[in-house]
Design a protein around this ligand. Sequence first.
Ligand code: LMR
Length: 403
Amino acid sequence: MSLPSFARVAAPADPILGLAEAYRNDPRPNKVNLSAGVFVDETGKTPMLATVIEAERRLADAATTKLYRPIDGEAAYRELVRQLVLGPEHEAVVSGRALATQTPGGTGGLRVAADLLRQTGASETLWMSEPTWPNHPQMFHAAGFKVRTYPYTDATGRRIDAEATLAVLGEASPGDIVLLHGACHNPTGVDPSPELWRRLGDLIEERRLLPIVDLAYQGFGDGLREDAAGLLELVRPGAELLVSTSFSKTFSLYSERVGAMLVIARSAADADAVQSHVKFAIRVNYSNPPAHGADIVRTVLADAELRPRWEVELAAMRARIKDNRRAVVGALEARHIPGDWSGIATQRGMFALLGLSTGQVARLREEHGVYVVGKGRINVAGFTAANLDPFADALAAVVASGA
Ligand code: LMR
């Protein structure tokens, strides 16, 4: 017997991590990496947070065992995470109808959510925004969903088209799944207004849709509570939804793969039943979660001294991203690159979408060593004093010479 012949034909590189790999292999000294969403400081490094270093020191001092962890994670971690996402006083937390599960990053959380839905007979149809994070369609396809899209922005890619979004989602059938970005929309950086969240909540309720909220950047937009406000609009009495969250960016724990998936069910009894299916989905996939990243997050969130220090570190990352946003607008406007770039200054999170053609993106990479994703998604958190001008010069040159 042999592998199927299809396995001998190389699969396309991942639209984001494949670019990061190509960047690593690029020998040009002045290359600029704006591909994967990774925070860098003004020296271009992705530092460990001081609170993470302190938590690791405490954990190393106290370590005695590497025993397996529970399938859905340690109880203390699960409790802290559901409070972080929903707020400790929230009715869904107090009543016990919201439960969190530790997952390997936000990607792992989304995949657990997908498997949970497929194995319990949910609708096969899942609606996602166009554009969205490129891993969303490939992941939900791989999990067995039929993916449909709703328009999200207007033609500029820099403003939400609320009416078009609601009109297309109005065609969804009862039970269909709708994937929403909780805050810091990836790739556009454009989030729904409070009014649009309310209207989405109404539509989801009327059409009996099931939301999955991808909350990978809680705290990178306007603040921890502010960035959860949209999804809380969906947590109405009796409403059900799933949330995937990640600590890759907000704790700078990228390689530790730590995140969570929350189930908000109709009642505490329902949540317990759903949790048994969540555990099955995990057991048949990766069995049980890695310990280290979750231990760090738990140690920081549970500690009266470390937690406020982490919130200060998070606020500093957020402030740097906002500064970078203003600097990008300044650099593009200074070069008179055609287009209205001003919105980039007030968008949220790590990303902005320039709306480039495939040819322009390829020329940025091939002729200038500038790596951006898809239709010109840039990682705004990746700019430094050293790479902003080379990027803006390259963009000006590519745009000036046409397609
Ligand atoms: C991104 O969108 O660049 C990040 O979420 C990293 C990833 O895994 O794609």
